[in-house]
Design a protein around this ligand. Structure first.
Ligand code: ATP
Ligand code: MG
Length: 250
């Protein structure tokens, strides 16, 4: 269980990006975090994964706990060892390294060689294309394949909680669907997920619960069905009886 309380985050000396955010992620759930550009979604994930400092950000107030461990103030590697692993915005794979080398880099945090082998098998079962392309340079993969590699690399350390920052960004609808199904599968295998998305339709289909961030504060939180109503009402303006499916809102 991840618990965020009254989290305030600032970049540099003047930009306050989160103004007192509360968040609960159950150990066995998928939580969607929705919001428009600049809402603070990536900032929230950076605060959880301990990577704010890499972006000149800092926690001004509040706490992050994973289980009984307080994690704000820990460095990213320690947070990974606790089982919380992020896939950053824009994938950040190593383009000049091969697919296999990228996966190996993710596996260095695994607890044992046996864990690493099991994680490798899990990743290849989820994404057979990564086995087919093992010796190819990662930079040559398609956008969707690169996203699979980024998720696969994170899975190599055997996370209990996976943080995904806009995995559907820039992908064709078929690939977005595929990524959504994969997130469901990862969850079914026992990994909790925080899914940051601007694609509200996909995220709300995959997640049990959702929060909406709006300029650094939580504007709404609840079961996905309730949040779908909120999104329609506030962002799309479609009356309930006219709704068919959720569109991308940005
Ligand atoms: N490294 C940084 N330095 C200064 N300000 C930043 C930095 N990163 C983000 N911000 C600011 O913090 C606020 C929240 O940004 P954040 O990237 O968390 O939003 P987001 O919800 O992830 O947006 P997007 O959907 O565009 O990725 C914005 O006002 C943004 O300009
Ligand atoms: Mg972002």
């Amino acid at each position: 269980m991840l618990t965020v309380r009254n989290l305030r985050v600032r970049y540099g000396r003047s930009v306050t990006a989160l103004h007192g955010v509360d968040l609960d992620v159950p150990g066995d759930g998928v939580l969607a975090v929705l919001g428009t550009n600049g809402a603070g979604k990536s900032t929230l994930l950076r605060a959880i994964s301990g990577t704010l400092r890499l972006h000149r950000g800092s926690v001004l107030a509040g706490t992050v706990h994973y289980g009984s461990a307080r994690t704000d103030g820990l460095d990213p590697a320690e947070i990974v060892r606790l089982g919380v692993v992020g896939v950053p915005e824009g994938r950040q794979i190593f383009g000049r390294m091969t697919v296999a080398e990228n996966l190996r880099a993710g596996g260095v945090a695994a607890r044992s060689a046996a864990d690493r082998a099991a994680a490798g098998q899990r990743v290849h079962a989820l994404f057979p294309v990564l086995a087919d392309r093992a010796s190819q340079k990662a930079g040559l993969l398609s956008g969707g394949e690169q996203q699979m590699l980024a998720i696969g690399r994170a899975l190599m350390s055997g996370p209990k909680l996976l943080l995904l920052d806009e995995p559907s960004l820039g992908l064709a609808p078929k690939m977005v669907e595929r990524i959504g199904e994969t997130i469901r599968e990862i969850h079914a295998q026992g990994t909790a997920v925080v899914l940051v998305e601007q694609n509200a339709a996909m995220a709300l289909e995959v997640a049990d619960r959702a929060v909406v961030l709006n300029v650094g504060t939580v504007a709404a939180s609840g079961p996905s069905a309730e949040i779908a109503d909120h999104v329609h009402h506030h962002y799309l303006g479609v009356p309930a009886h006219e709704r068919r499916s959720l569109a991308r809102w940005s």
